[in-house]
Design a protein. Structure first.
Length: 383
């Protein structure tokens, strides 16, 4: 039954791959900043923003399905319990990183005598973090070690409004989802035309509510219209076509002609290209998790393990990249691009996975166990 799914297979793997795309994006960005040999010119290493878009779609999909399922089981939605569950999942690691990045790290670097100038002080930014507006820190202070937290703030704003909408406007939720998507399309187009100043333009790029709404639309459709996902949507031909599209989007900028009309239309058209890839991400989530004949088989113990710690991978990776460069920069600079990259990524991947695993079992799991107190009976998905 599509209304009683407890586990969406394969999503852990997709979570991990998206998180790792963010890791390698920032890794090459930082290596370039410090004058090191890097792979920044290759498309694969420039997909951090695309990966975060996928996270937004996945979040909208899972949270919306959870709310639909709760309403279907209880004929109500307990907003307070929903908030408690999100708080226990997101806040502990989020605020731990805020403390590390704004208080402990500056003190530690000063103690070591390392000359790194923080772009802000704790008093400059703590209110932004407390009120879940880290995207404003990125806008006002530029690149910094807590830069990935911006997307957490966007998701928290989404969570605040999403559960009440499902509770009080349940009968109009489809119309609301479509209106959010339409509103965002109009705003993005106006931004492209230059109707807003630079700060507002950056806010518009960051507040990706249309991506979460498209994920929510996917949940709504599979929950209410199980026959919609017919032979065409799940066919081998459509899978092959859309997977090739995603691969070209990830890798293809080095191999596709920039003079190609098709290339520009699909990948660089303002607004349209963004909505297109976001919609394809929603399809990918549904196909991988629900299609019994999916050509992408991602439900394995290793990938599920990596997906289970992907939140930590996403949150810790900037600090770990920075630490590696503090201790290994001179050594890596002496190597050629191949050896430098292999050693760098072996060390980075090992430490990121280890740190995220230890964080999960010794820190995050304590709070996740408390979520059971606020879970509705028989209402659970892998969110």
């Amino acid at each position: 039954m599509l209304r009683n799914i407890k586990y969406f297979k394969g999503l852990g793997a997709l979570r991990f791959f998206a998180a790792f795309l963010v890791v390698i994006h920032h890794a090459e960005q930082i290596r370039m900043k410090y004058g090191m040999l890097n792979l920044k010119q290759y498309s694969l290493f420039n997909n951090g923003s695309l990966a975060v878009t996928f996270f937004f779609v996945l979040s909208g999909f899972l949270i919306s399905y959870l709310l639909l399922k709760e309403y279907g089981k209880t004929n109500d939605i307990t907003v307070k319990k929903f908030y408690y569950r999100r708080i226990l999942r997101i806040w502990p690691l989020y605020f731990l990183l805020v403390i590390i990045g704004t208080i402990l790290l500056p003190y530690f670097l000063g103690f070591l005598g390392y000359k790194y100038i923080m772009p802000y002080s704790f008093k400059d930014v703590f209110l932004y973090y407390i009120f879940f507006s880290p995207f404003l820190v990125n806008i006002f202070y530029g690149h910094h070690l807590l830069e990935p937290l911006w997307s957490i703030g966007v998701e928290e704003l989404f969570y605040i409004i999403w559960a009440p909408l499902f509770k009080f406007l349940r009968d109009y939720i489809l119309q609301i989802i479509l209106l959010i998507i339409l509103f965002r399309v109009v705003v993005m187009y106006l931004s492209f035309l230059g109707f807003f100043g630079p700060v507002i333009e950056r806010l518009i790029k960051m507040l990706r509510f249309e991506a979460m709404a498209i994920g929510g639309l996917g949940s709504y459709l599979i929950y209410n219209y199980k026959n919609l996902f017919s032979h065409f949507i799940f066919s081998k031909l459509s899978q092959l076509f859309l997977i090739i599209f995603i691969i070209l989007r990830l890798f293809g900028f080095q191999f596709l002609s920039e003079n190609s009309f098709v290339f520009h239309f699909l990948f660089t058209t303002p607004v349209f290209s963004q909505i297109l890839i976001t919609t394809i991400f929603a399809w990918l989530i549904v196909n991988v998790s629900m299609n019994p004949k999916s050509i992408l088989s991602m439900d394995s113990k290793v990938l599920n393990f990596l997906g289970n710690i992907s939140y930590g991978i996403y949150m810790y990776h900037m600090l770990i990249i920075f630490a590696i460069l503090i201790f290994l920069k001179d050594y890596l600079l002496a190597l050629n691009i191949i050896n430098s990259s292999v050693i760098f990524y072996l060390v980075l991947t090992t430490i990121v996975i280890l740190a995220s695993y230890l964080s999960k079992i010794f820190f995050e799991d304590y709070f996740l166990r408390l979520k059971k107190k606020f879970r509705i009976d028989n209402v659970k998905v892998n969110s």
